[in-house]
Design a protein around this ligand. Structure first.
Ligand SMILES: Cc1cc2nc3c(=O)[nH]c(=O)nc-3n(C[C@H](O)[C@H](O)[C@H](O)COP(=O)(O)O)c2cc1C
Length: 185
């Protein structure tokens, strides 16, 4: 089943490893016939329900919500900020969750890259908690924690061969998982 996948990076940095990871994932998924488009979340206002008018949200929020609704599946790639979810990503999720929650039922996987040894584990677990509450259908395994990222990325892509193989295998698992969720199996 060819899928339309929305990638959401937790980093707004131009040279972000996590955005690079999504670009790499997009290339790998394209090889299997899937399309991955990366969402922009840098122009979302900070969550404030005063900005909601008669069920309408600010334009960048409406755009993100429509992209999520149109996607068959979601791939999150996030850094860890102070041992938790980066604020831009939590902000995007909070907007996406406003009634009606656009994230509910979507198959999703989480990846992350950080310079330290934990590979964003302390961001991924609170992210799992939040997405779980929103009824996102998260793939449990494999988990993708990319540690020592400074040695693994080059020229805006994931370069380390062993890590590329691991990510490619995780994406194959995810494509199968997402298809099963879509088919209600
Ligand atoms: C506010 C802030 C907090 C951070 N906290 C952590 C942290 O808790 N753990 C960690 O591994 N890296 C932390 N970092 C470093 C990030 O992992 C690093 O900036 C990384 O490059 C971010 O991912 P990106 O390349 O996708 O932007 C922090 C960075 C910032 C800006």
């Amino acid at each position: 089943m060819a899928m339309k996948i929305l990638g959401i990076s937790g980093s707004l940095r131009k040279d972000s490893w996590n955005s690079a990871l999504l670009r790499t994932a997009g290339g790998m998924l394209a090889g299997a016939g899937h399309e991955l488009v990366i969402a922009g979340i840098g122009d979302l206002p900070l969550i404030n329900t005063d900005l909601e008018r008669e069920g309408r949200f600010p334009a960048p929020v409406e755009r993100l919500r429509a992209e999520i609704l149109a996607a068959d599946a979601l791939v999150f790639a996030t850094p860890e900020y102070n041992a938790s979810i980066p604020a831009p990503l939590k902000n995007a999720i909070d907007w996406a969750s406003r009634p009606n929650n656009t994230l509910g039922g979507k198959p999703a996987m989480i990846m992350g890259a950080s310079p330290g040894v934990l590979g964003t584990a302390r961001a991924q677990y609170p992210l799992r908690q939040t997405l779980g509450v929103l009824s996102v259908q998260l793939m449990g395994q494999p988990e993708v924690f990319i540690a020592a990222a400074a040695q693994k990325f080059a020229n805006g892509e994931l370069a380390d061969a062993a890590t590329r193989d691991f990510v490619a295998a995780a994406l194959v698992s995810f494509a199968g998982f997402a298809a099963r969720v879509k088919l209600g199996e």
